[in-house]
Design a protein around this ligand. Sequence first.
Ligand code: G6P
Length: 365
Amino acid sequence: EAAGKSGYDHYMLKEIHEQPRALRQAISGRIDDLGTEVELDVGLPEEYLHSLEEIQIIACGTSYHAGLYAKELLETHADIRVTVHIASEYEFTGDRDPWRTLVLAITQSGETADTLSALREANRAGARSLALTNTLGSTVTREVDDTIFIRAGPEIGVAATKTFVSQVATATLLTVHLGMIRGSLTGQTVDALLNSIQDLPGAVQQILDQESTIKRAAQQYADSDAFFYIGRQAGYPVAIESALKLKEIAYDHAEGFPAGELKHGPLALVTPDTPVIALLTAGTNAEKTQHNITEVASRGAPTIGLTGSPDVDPDLDLTFEIPECGLMEPVAANVALQLFAYHVANEKERPIDKPRNLAKSVTVE
Ligand code: G6P
């Protein structure tokens, strides 16, 4: 087993460090040599993708958070209405035209019972379907019209890390692919998206190089009563994904909120013993979130900001610096918060790769 971990204490830490490579694999051969076009093999007719009215994403857990990120991208850049459904709550509503609705199942394992069950319901209603998965030959691949593989390589740690970033990277490629077919993207936006995705592996590496700083912060705050993560736009899925990591492996109370919702209730939970961690990168409407930092700082909460500009806010107690990589900066920030969760859990000597009560793949509904 030690050999499998390549010298790391846990599979999770190994997989966190594998992310630059996983991301390069996800994009390899899928962007043309000039870096101006996506070459993604989506086995659905172009005319169908052109006239598509809605994408319904179905997923669970971390894959659901990747789905929320994908919605941000697809609605903004591919001009498609997207609804994201927790698979166990999904109902294919009959008032939509199944021929103009694409169901996108996002599942690392391809075996999650809730996701498969939702997919079968959509299939019965006549919708076309696509899977975004890490697992060749998995059940989901046999039940959809076509599959896009995220190519993250095997993930052993129960808490998903590299598969989340690979799911988002692949969804970004899908967004550009659909946006080009649908004529909703300017050349400038295509460049911006493709540059940001190609810059992401290097940015993630720079974050991994800051591990000792993140570890110190984790040790400093490990005994907190609870942890709150706030973000807007693409910062929101990253906030809830980061909170989930901490729940799963550190067994700490952690919640993610859209930053603007804080004042509508969760603010009552904020005390000097609840660090508030804010996503302040590109693509997160950071200027507005800064007001929320002021609100929580004035109530004594320790504040950590993930930002490209370290001097961004005087109310921040700590910053994790996120290298510039455009619209993928929230994904890079997620990597910093994976490390934060890992080191909080490690400080508490939790069984990080096999957290209590959880399974890597849940094959019962
Ligand atoms: C389980 C795992 C989670 C995962 C979820 C969905 O609950 O513990 O880490 O996100 O299943 O798994 P999937 O394979 O469908 O992405």
